[in-house]
Design a protein around this ligand. Sequence first.
Ligand code: COA
Length: 167
Amino acid sequence: MKKKIAIYAGTFDPVTYGHLNILKRATTMFDEIIMAVSADNYKQTVFTGEERVKLIREAIGDNFTNVRVDMFSGLLIHYVEQQHACAIIRGLRAISDFEYEMQMASINSHLDRRVETIFLMTDNDHSFISSSLIKKVALLGGDVDEFVPPNVAACLRKKYEKRRGNE
Ligand code: COA
């Protein structure tokens, strides 16, 4: 039987416990999940694509046998087709996410009708987290251990200590 592959794509700058919660739940629904890090710098990222991939790989460790971490650039739907995936996974945190996500799902569906976008509701503990918010807290010297895996927290501390040192 054909393997059911889904792509969980995002910027992941950096990956948070919210993302990892979505990933964990998606692993039970598909044979394989590819966590695909967008390499294109639409957003001014703090971490390079390679750093973001490394942080995710370290954070998930050996926890999943059916997760692969990769990087992509260009149109997401082209990457989905290239990987022979049947679905795109997205996390929905609040109503405010809905409009943007609806647009993305619609354009992707128009580009390839065979690919479904599956939305998972972010659990209550993580619904207020965003990567930008966490970076802001870290920049201002706050503790982010509750929101991101230890390797990410350590990297954020290092990154911002260096920046503060250069100012
Ligand atoms: N828990 C915590 N935070 C979450 C979350 C969750 N479950 N789900 C989303 N977020 C946050 C992210 O941290 C991020 O926060 P930030 O904006 O503060 O950085 C925000 O929600 C959304 O980011 P993310 O889920 O990473 O998506 P994105 O919008 O950055 O990236 C791509 C979306 C990369 C999938 C999309 O831009 C894309 O497909 N790009 C390729 C080009 C393309 O095909 N475009 C579509 C057709 S034009």
